[in-house]
Design a protein around this ligand. Sequence first.
Ligand code: GLC
Length: 552
Amino acid sequence: MDIEVLPARDTTRTLHDPLWWRSAVIYQVYVRSFADGDGDGTGDIAGVRARLPYLRALGVDAIWFNPWYVTPLADGGYDVEDYRRIDPRFGTLEEAELLIRDALAFGIRTLVDIVPNHLSAQHPWFQQALAAGPGSPERERFWFHPGKGEHGDEIPTHWTSSFQGSTWTRTTDADGTPGEWYLHLFTPEQPDLNWNHPDVRREHEDILRFWFDRGVAGVRIDSAALPVKDPTFPEVPDRPGPGGHPHLDRDGIHDIYRSWRAVADEYDGARVLVGEVWLDDAERFAQYLRPDEMHTAFNFDFMTQPWNAARMRGSIERTLAEHAPVGAPATWVLSNHDITRPVTRYGRADSGFAFDRKRFGTPTDLARGTSRARAAALLVAALPGSMYIYQGDELGLPEVELPREVIEDPMHFRSGGVDPGRDGCRVPLPWSGAESPYGFGTDGAHVPWLPQPSDWASLTVEAQERDPASMLALYRAAIALRRGSGDLATEALAWLDLGADVLAFRRGEHTASLTNFGPVPITLPAHRGVVLSSAPLEEGALPPDTTVWLDL
Ligand code: GLC
């Protein structure tokens, strides 16, 4: 269907709105893969600055940048060596400051990524700790521990890493003999910090101020339920009760975010804390969102649901119910830099998401997946709360099955090569042209750091801007309508019962969103007009795998 161009936005209003984050559309930029300004094959801040008009045209309120700090890239930048400097591959601090300023001039706020659980093993603190040896104050900022057994050669606990395998690596003492072990919930290149140590707390509060002073509007908090550990290092119980897990969601974690909130509240305007909180327990999840802690947290429950009306509705109901008591808005997330792209996921027999179910060669119906991803985008854009868009989802990019020899993600290696890892959703974006690098870099640039498929010509921004039926056109229209609609901005959700295959709800008296998960078209309820549809209606009926917004 044709999508009309909507009026430009009132940036003054948004920038001064202290509650902007409650209904914001936040675009996630994975800098390494967004746009390459200096032509070395790696995306950078110069590339982002050059593409700000694109983000303004998309209509987003804010950008969240994955870590752009100095890093050995052992885990895509989630191994930070220096929080106060930009990695030279991505640019300079001055460029970051200019980017924050330029983005604001376009009415777009900036969020940066903070990784409290761990540092890079190359960080001076860890290097000092290794050099200083057992029993030193330098080691107390981390979790060094003697091994078990007569010779200390048995790991201190059998905790499992989030990336599979052990969470302990043994050090070597100055005289060359095997020494203590140190804890790393992720790779050995990411040693865990000891959050009982005052230096660790002070340093992170300073880092927050460093970035708030530079005008960032908030932080995304990485692995936010992990930093606090049980210092007695017990094994993980079979069924840990609330707060009973030795390294996940311990009660002491909330003090950290209360003090971060106090730092954020020292600043003018709302500086927001957004948590990456993976927890099954809805009540425990909501505790992170109490009024003196984080503003919002990612809603992974919804993101992992398969393409199924009842499952998705159940998740939406749970989400709204768990947020209500703490007064925090929900977030809606279809993917991120860790997750299989939606057009691929929804085109598979198993359309839900779990890290341990990823395999090479999974059969995928991309046409079906794309229809569903379009429908999903409209569905989430109609829900109350804030919405996150991972770069490239607005272009309908599929997950790329990369040749093993180019994969860098440690998740792939630590699975023994069984899991393809997460690089398939991190392939550099296609901007223009008929072949790689598709405008990702400057003319004559190096090849992109991950190879782009040869059949992406129709997925470029340039191609989609010419096509009123493209995924990009749909995203632009949905975001503009959402911004312009009083109902979608403010009104509560009320379910409409249109049968088991349809997920339908009203926002206010006049706006409804209907998604057909069933195999046959469904008749629409009485309405004044069609506002937007993810696919053309069929003789007035809503086809399978389609969402429509109606003016009732
Ligand atoms: C988070 C990040 C992921 C990273 C991990 C360790 O889950 O999203 O990319 O690998 O934390 O920092």
